[in-house]
Design a protein around this ligand. Structure first.
Ligand code: IFM
Length: 416
């Protein structure tokens, strides 16, 4: 049977997403840089180092975005560059970000700016980071300066990236800075981040009603491994900590919601794992999984239906326009990513057809970058990066995404 391409609404944003620390290079004033120097903190002892060289030349990658035919890019501002010391704002850093935003606009790329993407200045971290009572206010002060200096160049703002991921990995599991292992601390930090978000929304709106503000929420699907009561209970518990806490606190405090969707976990009760909330998370054999990651485990299940489920859930809960602020797959050899893209875009298309107001998608990411604790071991790029030479090579999935963005339509699933 002949099947038509899946058309997307007019004006749909086709973008890529990045974050400052992962691409800029030499962000030596933030807490992640310090963390990377600790033996054993990052896979194989990797560091962000010069990253993808964006601080000096992001423009070459902006040219690539334009050549692909994308029409938007989500990037983040590095707080530690803009405010390297408490209350001291760096004019040169702001000027560089000005040039970046102008560079995007000149190439026909709508910017979405993230104000906090996992990193903060070392001076702030030394005072307790987001555990400190006054950090949400300090964040709001930083946001106000940004809006004064750059507010004429952007009207799509994402306050905080993945509050629950930041809080769980840094404060509950302790595998990210500051390496704390305490569930109460992690709950406190999520709440503080959400306070920071609400302050930032007020500040941004005070700069004009044309500004649209949201946050990027990482939705992971947690399904019980069996219908048994205990599995259902622990999956609900995980869902509450990862998703529920953030969504409950958002009501009224956003113009849109950003969805970062990657994967799902199957959850079963495990009496021997109190430190993991009595749960085991895994991918049963019969489900599709990504390649083995650097730690010898798959990055996750490939579960396109989860995209539609996550979109419908956000829509029913918040009734706000949605941007998919991230979706993607680490796949160095690009064997699974083309199909991953088509199937996830088809899921987005189904959600749109069911009435969910989706405004755009930002694929993670344009070019292989520094992937936090996994270092350079996870390769998400539409372009492969040769770290020794800095050369970029377009992957098959990059060419596919270009064709989709240009046509504002996606081939139906099963095409590849
Ligand atoms: O690299 C990260 C990004 O910083 C936040 N969301 C998930 C991505 C892939 O793991």
């Amino acid at each position: 049977m002949y099947r038509q391409p899946l058309r997307f609404p007019a004006g749909f944003l086709w973008g890529t997403a990045s974050s400052a620390h992962q691409v800029e290079g030499d962000n030596w004033r933030n807490q992640w840089w310090e963390w990377e120097q600790r033996p054993g903190a990052i896979w194989r002892g990797d560091t962000s180092g010069a990253a993808c060289g964006w601080w000096h030349d992001c423009e070459a990658d902006f040219d690539r975005m334009q050549a692909l035919g994308t029409n938007a890019h989500r990037l983040s501002l590095e707080w530690s560059r803009i405010e390297p010391e408490d209350g001291h704002f760096d004019a040169a850093a702001l000027a560089r970000y000005r040039a970046m935003l102008i560079g995007l606009q000149r190439r026909g790329l709508v910017p979405m700016v993230t104000l906090h993407h996992f990193t903060e200045p070392q001076w702030l971290a030394r005072r307790g980071g987001w555990r400190h009572r006054a950090t949400p206010e300090r964040f709001a002060r930083f946001v106000d300066v940004v809006l004064h200096q750059l507010g004429d160049l952007c009207n799509l703002w994402c306050t905080i990236n993945e509050p629950s991921v930041y809080a769980v990995l840094g404060y509950a599991l302790g595998v990210w800075p500051p390496g704390v292992r305490s569930l109460p601390a992690s709950i406190h930090v999520v709440r503080q981040l959400l306070r920071g978000h609400r302050h930032a929304v007020q500040v941004i709106h005070a700069h004009g009603t044309h500004h649209q503000v949201g946050l990027a929420h990482h939705t992971r699907i947690y399904d019980p491994a069996t219908p048994g009561k205990r599995d259902v209970l622990v999956s609900l518990l995980y869902d509450f900590f990862a998703n529920g806490i953030v969504l409950r606190a958002l009501g009224g405090a956003c113009d849109f919601i950003g969805l970062n969707y990657y994967s799902r976990d199957h959850v079963s009760f495990d009496a021997r794992a109190p430190h993991r909330l009595f749960a085991r998370r895994f991918i049963p054999e019969r489900f599709a999984r990504s390649d083995l990651g650097v730690l010898g485990e798959p990055f996750g299940e490939i579960y396109p239906a989860g995209m539609e489920r996550a979109l419908r859930r956000l829509w029913h809960r918040l009734r706000l326009p949605i941007y998919i602020t991230e979706t993607g797959l680490p796949d160095a050899h690009d064997q699974q990513r083309p199909r991953f893209l088509i199937e996830h875009l088809a899921a987005i298309h189904r959600a749109c057809a069911a009435g969910v107001d989706v405004r755009g998608v930002f694929v993670w990411t344009l070019v292989d970058n520094f992937e936090w604790a996994e270092g350079w071991g996870q390769r998400f790029g539409l372009y492969a990066l040769d770290r020794a030479t800095g050369a970029r090579r377009l992957r098959r999935s990059g060419a596919l995404y270009a064709a989709i963005a240009r046509a504002n339509a996606c081939p139906p699933p099963g095409t590849l």
